[in-house]
Design a protein. Structure first.
Ligand code: PBG
Length: 323
């Protein structure tokens, strides 16, 4: 035998020399849930190891992540029910929870990249990402609020705004509004191909943001579709997106690869709450090794073409990479 592929797997050193895909803490974004209060950490039952954090705790954990080499956090606020209404007005409040969290993070850790979520659902009494009228999710009527939300977040100091709502035309609306207010240096990470996925369940537990009625299938994408993703890629590029996000991650590796082939923009993959929960649940049962499965999941998304990965396991992964 002349060809023996196993020769290239012989030792740790050889394997390291020829490894095609690397992952570093620099590729990771830590998504995290913010709540009111002080010194509060509220565990999320369906996401073992993840808690909703009051702002002081958020700063402490973000410092830890940053010192481990994780350059970015993505913030999701848990808004008190009394502040939710069908218009989602609280999202514009300059002193709202998310805005205060951004300010505090940028003050305490100026070099941390702070990414904010632009979507109605955490603020909406309907639990939808757009305004609801007679059971329909309104598109164009929702855009000004999304644009206003992005401006409020930029004013607080957000480096990157990330629309996760899947309304048509929102990237353009947000770009215009940001520029009009002098925020031409604020990036847009567009959730470009976001599928109507059951893997978001634990996230909705964390924020108590599940739709009160109906589902999100008239705006998030059908899991069976991939040509539609190309259409979304092109329109988000034309509308001025700086990064393209594919979500969820592992069940949609083909979409990540396709995006890599159809765009020159940086790609983010979102290793979502349900993907994380599965690993943790299997670990608790003693059925899987969480550390190895987490790293393998992350490397798969990088191999498929993602530049960065949003993962609840960011601090775990950075810790593992330090060993
Ligand atoms: C809502 C939003 C969701 C996630 C991020 N932003 C849930 C949804 O669309 O219902 C899910 C993230 C995760 O599951 O980790 N705009």
């Amino acid at each position: 035998m002349i060809n023996r592929p196993r020769r290239n797997r012989l030792t740790l050193g050889i394997r390291g020399l020829i490894r095609e895909t690397q992952i570093q803490p620099a590729n990771l974004v830590w998504p995290t849930f913010v709540q009111e209060g002080e010194n509060q950490r509220t565990p999320i039952v369906s996401m073992p190891g993840v808690s909703r954090l009051s702002i002081d705790q958020l700063v402490a954990d973000s410092k830890k992540a940053f010192e481990l080499g994780v350059p970015a956090v993505a913030l999701f606020p848990a808004i008190d029910d009394s502040l939710k209404n069908s218009e989602g007005k609280e999202s514009l409040n300059p002193d709202g929870l998310l805005q205060r969290a951004v300010k505090e993070l940028k003050q305490q850790i100026p070099d941390l990249v702070v990414i904010t979520d632009v979507a109605l659902d955490p603020y909406s009494s309907d639990g939808h990402d757009g305004f609801v009228q007679d059971g329909q999710i309104l598109n164009d009527e929702t855009l000004p609020l999304l644009a206003g939300m992005a401006v409020a977040q930029a004013k607080a100091g957000a480096d990157v705004v990330a629309p996760s709502d899947m309304m048509d035309g929102r990237v353009e609306a947000i770009r215009w509004a940001l520029d009009e207010h002098g925020f031409d240096n604020v990036l847009i990470c567009s959730y470009c191909a976001k599928y109507a996925s059951a893997f978001y369940g634990p996230f909705r537990d964390a924020l108590e943001s599940a739709p009160k009625e109906g589902d999100k299938k008239t705006y998030q994408m059908d899991p069976g579709n991939v040509r539609e993703a190309i259409r979304e890629i092109h329109s988000d590029e034309e509308e001025g997106a700086d990064w393209l996000m594919i979500k969820p991650g592992l069940p949609y590796l083909d979409v990540i690869r396709l995006t890599r082939e159809h765009s020159e923009l940086p790609i983010a993959a979102y290793h979502v709450s349900g993907e994380y929960a599965m690993l943790k649940a299997a670990e608790e049962k003693g059925w899987l090794d969480y550390d190895s499965c987490l790293m393998e999941s992350l490397i798969s998304m990088r191999r498929a073409g993602a530049d960065m990965i949003f993962t609840y396991g960011a601090i775990d992964a950075a810790t593992i990479l330090q060993r």
